[in-house]
Design a protein around this ligand. Sequence first.
Ligand code: FES
Length: 154
Amino acid sequence: MLNKENLEKATALFARYPEKKAALLPILWIAQEQEGWISTDMMKYVGDLVGVPYAHVMGVVTFYTMFNDKKLGRHHIEVCTNVSCMLRGSDKIVAAAEKVCGTKLGSTSADGRFTLSEVECMGACGGAPMLAIGEEYHEHLTAEKAEQILTNLK
Ligand code: FES
């Protein structure tokens, strides 16, 4: 469930929309900021809050890649493999990330340090190929640069 402060933020959002369910996305965002991910219990809770069934909330959470329905590692590495990045060598960035992180795309390393995700265009095509670590973008990458950046993470 949302803590007191976030519940106040969430309920304040209702005033901005014609109906409660329209506030689903920003409330899910608040929930994810609070917990780091969105559990089944949280999806049910948010569904009750905005008046939509759990299945609807789950559909939304699993549709948008920016929502996480599983606990993440300490560092969330998102590698773009969409067209611009693919044409500029994202396969090499993926290989470098898998090597350094010790895990495959779509999974979390055994030590819980890294979660590696493949994502669609992150709006940084001009800097392709790129990856994001949390909200920080790293662009114009080579495999060597990506390895260096990821190796330097604490
Ligand atoms: S295709 Fe990778 S950022 Fe747009």
